[in-house]
Design a protein around this ligand. Structure first.
Ligand code: NAP
Length: 242
């Protein structure tokens, strides 16, 4: 059995990634923070496509929760390892920087960027030992182009891109690849407060993307076909590059 861990797999893009990887034959570890009901729904959707999965709740910004969850999983699966890690969990707390509180800055950086560091460092060791691994980090158009009101979010997502490029160089000799997927506007809970009508004209494709369209890029980067691609950022944004 091959295993994939998807952070923030209970909803939105993460849920679509869980389903896509389950269809590829991965047993999926569905991480989430607090929304147990949504995570159960993801589990059910995976079962509907004849996939296998288990829930793995922890806060990605809490090192001790991560270690506890992964220690327990490794004890239960002594011969197995996680060969695909999708760092997807993320939050946004927008405000103009002049009004941004320390807490909003810290929460977004700790979830979106520190979470990547804590989990990846923990999961990487086995990938290096086995000489096989795929790490896919969900960044954002906001981390490439910037967006007013998102200095915290853009910093976290741009940081993810820089870290991915450096890590890609460190682990390439061991057949571990590290890539980013950068969505534009995607229809999920995160964008519920954004009116598509206000942005559609800026998007060459004239619509928001769907979670499964992002998941398709993740699925490709996780596949054997992507074995020679590393340190890259694949945008999924309907042509909205700036
Ligand atoms: P979403 O619908 O709001 O879902 C967020 C997911 O992250 C949920 O599963 C949530 O778990 C989980 N999560 C949040 N904080 C967490 C924590 N501390 N620990 C563990 N899990 C946590 O978001 P989405 O739109 O699917 O976004 C997924 C990723 O894509 C994010 O990194 C986001 O920045 C990025 N992205 C999204 C868009 C977009 O337009 N939607 C665009 C660019 C990039 P619970 O259900 O337990 O809360």
């Amino acid at each position: 059995m091959k295993y994939a861990l998807v952070t923030g797999g209970s909803r939105g893009i993460g849920r679509a990634v869980c389903i896509a990887l389950a269809k590829e034959g991965y047993s999926v570890l569905v991480n989430y923070a607090r929304n147990h009901k949504a995570a159960e729904e993801t589990l059910q959707l995976i079962q509907e496509v004849k996939g296998t999965a288990e829930l793995m709740p922890f806060h990605v910004n809490d090192k001790s929760e991560i270690d506890k969850a992964l220690d327990a999983w490794e004890q239960a699966h002594p011969q197995e390892y996680i060969s695909v890690l999708v760092n997807n969990a993320g939050i946004r707390e927008d405000n103009l920087m002049i009004f941004m509180e320390d807490d909003a800055w810290n929460r977004v950086l700790e979830t979106n960027l520190y979470g990547f560091f804590y989990i990846t460092r923990r999961v990487l060791k086995n990938m290096l030992v086995k000489r096989n691994g795929r790490i896919i980090n969900i960044t954002s158009l906001s981390g490439l182009a910037g967006m007013a009101g998102q200095t915290n979010y853009s910093a976290s997502k741009a940081g993810l891109i820089g870290a991915s490029k450096s890590l890609a160089l460190e682990v390439a000799p061991r057949k571990v690849t590290v890539n980013c997927v950068a969505p534009g506007f995607i229809e999920t809970d995160m964008t519920q407060d954004i009116d598509p009508a206000e942005h559609k004209d800026r998007i060459p494709a004239r619509r928001f993307g769907k979670p499964h369209e992002v998941a398709a890029a993740v699925r490709f980067l996780a596949s054997d076909d992507a074995s020679y691609i590393t340190g890259q950022v694949l945008s999924v944004n309907g042509g909205l590059h700036t």
